[in-house]
Design a protein around this ligand. Structure first.
Ligand code: GSH
Length: 200
C-alpha cells in the first residue's frame, strides 16, 4: 500500500517536530519537500490554508497542524513517549508568546513596537522557565524526551541561532546542553536529511 504523504519544508520548525514524532513512532511516510513559493496543487486542494506540515493518510484523512500530527503519531505508537497536560501547556506557551518573541527578535524591522533587545527579553522569560525545568532532569519532564521537548526545541534552536554568542553567554547551562543533545541526536540528523523538492 502507498505510504501516507507528509508535505514538509526542511527548515520549518513545525515540520521538523512533525517529522521527528513520525520518525520516533517509526511511521514511514513519503516526504514531499515543497517550495513555499510554489506549493503543489494537491497540497492546496487538501489543505487550503497551505501551511506545512500536512499529513495525508491513506484513507484520505488530512492533518494540517503539526501538533495534531505529533499526537496522532505518538498516541498511536506511543513508544514510551508520554503526553501529559503539562506538556500541552508548555507547548502552547512556546507556540504563543515565545514564538511571537522569536519573530520579533529575528525580524526586528518588521516588529518595531519593541526593540530587538526587548523582543529577546520577552523570549528570555521562556528560556528561564525551560532552564528551571531542566534542573530536574536532562529533558523537560523526564529522563527521556517527551512531546514537549520535540515540539519546543526547534524554536529554541532558532532563537539561539539569532545571536549564538549571546545564547552561549547566558547562564542557561542546562538549556544549552539540552539543545546541543537534541540538535546532535541521530533522530534530528535523520529528519534533516536533504530531500529533492517535490514539483507537481
Ligand atoms: N500552526 C501550524 C503552523 C505551520 C506554519 O506556520 N508553517 C509555516 C512554515 S514554518 C508555513 O507553512 N507558512 C506558510 C507559507 O510560508 O506559505 C502548525 O503547527 O502546523
Amino acid at each position: 500500500m502507498a505510504l501516507a504523504i507528509l508535505y514538509s519544508y526542511r527548515r520549518c520548525p513545525y515540520a521538523m517536530r512533525a517529522r521527528m514524532a513520525l520518525k520516533l513512532a517509526k511511521i514511514d511516510v513519503e516526504i514531499r519537500e515543497i517550495s513555499l513559493r510554489n506549493k503543489p496543487a494537491h497540497l492546496l486542494q487538501v489543505s487550503p490554508k497551505a501551511t506545512v506540515p500536512v499529513l495525508v493518510l491513506q484513507d484520505g484523512k488530512v492533518m494540517d497542524e503539526s501538533l495534531d500530527i505529533m499526537h496522532w503519531a505518538l498516541q498511536a505508537h506511543a513508544m514510551g513517549v508520554n503526553i501529559r497536560a503539562r506538556d500541552e501547556a508548555l507547548v502552547l506557551e512556546n507556540d504563543g508568546a515565545f514564538k511571537r518573541a522569536l519573530e520579533g527578535y529575528k525580524y526586528p524591522e518588521r516588529y518595531q513596537s519593541l526593540t530587538q533587545q526587548q523582543h529577546r527579553a520577552q523570549g528570555d522569560i521562556f528560556l528561564q522557565k525551560l532552564e528551571n525545568l531542566l534542573h530536574e532532569n536532562n529533558y523537560l519532564f523526564s529522563t527521556t524526551p517527551s512531546l514537549a521537548d520535540i515540539a519546543i526545541f526547534p524554536f529554541v534552536r532558532q532563537f539561539a541561532a539569532v545571536d549564538n554568542v549571546w545564547f552561549e553567554a547566558t547562564p542557561y547551562l542546562k538549556l544549552q546542553a539540552w539543545l546541543k543533545r537534541l540538535v546532535e541526536s541521530e533522530l534530528f540528523a535523520r529528519v534533516m536529511e536533504k530531500q529533492p523538492t517535490y514539483v507537481k
